[in-house]
Design a protein around this ligand. Sequence first.
Ligand code: UD1
Length: 366
Amino acid sequence: MKIVVVAGARPNFMKVAPIIEALKKQQAIDPALELLLVHTGQHYDEQMSRAFFNDLGLPRPDVDLEVGSGTHAEQTGRVMIAFEALLLERKPDWVVVVGDVNSTVACALAAKKLCIKVAHVEAGLRSRDWTMPEEVNRVVTDVLCDALFTTDTLASDNLRREGVEPAKIHFVGNVMIDTLLKHHVRAQALRQWEDLGLARRGYGVVTLHRPSNVDAPEEFKKIVDALDVVQDELALVFPVHPRTRRMAENFGLWNRLQGMKNLRLLAPLGYLQMLSLTGSAALILTDSGGLQEEAVVLGVPCITLRPNTERPITIAVGANQLVDNDTDAIVAAVRCKLAAAGGTFRRPEKWDGQAAHRIVQILLNS
Ligand code: UD1
C-alpha cells in the first residue's frame, strides 16, 4: 500500500506528526508499506513551518510543492496543479489530508478527480459560518472523502445528518491531542514564562489571525481596545501571526500594541515554546481552532473571540466561551474567568493519545 500524507500550514504539522509516527512503526513491521510526506508550502517561514518539523521530530518532507501565499483561488489552484502532477507520477492508494486549510481541500479535490481514495482527519467539524474560508474547506473536503476520521461524536453526527454513508465515518479521537500529550512534559520543562519574567499562571496568552478579526480595522481595533484594558489587570503574551502583524501595521494599531507596558509582542513561536506558555497560563484569548481544543486538555480556561465555533465540545466540557467582538464583553469575560478558579475539564472520549494509531489501523484494513 502507498500512502501520501499532506501537510500545508502551521496547524497541520502537529496533526500529521502522530500519523507519520504510527505509519513508520507499521512500516518497520511491513516494509511493503510506502509512505510519502508532502508539504504544500502554504506556510514557509522558518517559524511557521521548519520550527514545527524540528520540535515535533517530523522527518523532512519527501516533496515540497512550494506554493507559497496568494489569494484563495491562487493558492488552492497552485496546490491542485502541483499535487496532481505528483499523484500522476506516484500513484498512491490513499491520500490523507488533515484540518481545514486551503491545502486540505486542494489536495482532496485533486486526488478524488484521479479516483484516488482520500481520508480526512478532523472531519465533520462545522461552524455553519460560510464567511469562514475554513468552513468552505471543511464541507467540500468531507463531501469528497472515502474515509472520514472524527474527533468527537458531535462531528460524526454532523456527517450523518449531511447524508454521509455511516460506513465511511470513523470516530477515532483527536490527533492534535496525541501530539500535545506526547510533548506536554517536555514543553513545561522549558519554563518559557520565566524567560519573559512572568509567574506560572500569572499571565494570559493571546493569538489572533482570523480575517474576520484582523482584516477589518474596526473589528481589530475593538480587540486592541480590550487588550489595552486587560493588560492592566493581567500580563499578556501575544505571539503575532505574520498576517496579523501586517494588518496591525496597515491600520496604525502596531504602535499602540507596542506601547502597552504589560503586553509582550513576540514573533510566532515554535510548537514547544507555545505549549510551554499555554500550559502554564491563567487564560487563553484566541480565535484559533486548535487552541480551543488544547485548552481543554491543559485545564486552562479559553475565551474565543468569535461568534461561533466548529468545536462546540470545548464549550460543552466547560473549557471554552465564545465572546463577540465587543470591547466591554471581552473585558467582562476575562474578569469573570479570572475570578472563577481554573481547573480541570472533562476530557472528551478518545482524546487519549491513540487517535493516530486508530487511523492507521483503519487505513491498513481498508
Ligand atoms: C491559514 C489557514 C487558517 C489557519 C492558519 C494558521 C486557510 C484558508 N487558512 O491562515 O485556517 O488557521 O493558516 O496559521 O488555509 N505568511 C507569511 N509566512 C508564512 C505564511 C503566511 O508571512 O509562512 C503571511 C503571508 O502574507 C500570507 C498571510 O500570512 O499572505 C496569510 O497566509 P495564508 O496561508 O494565506 O493564511 P493564514 O492567515 O495563515
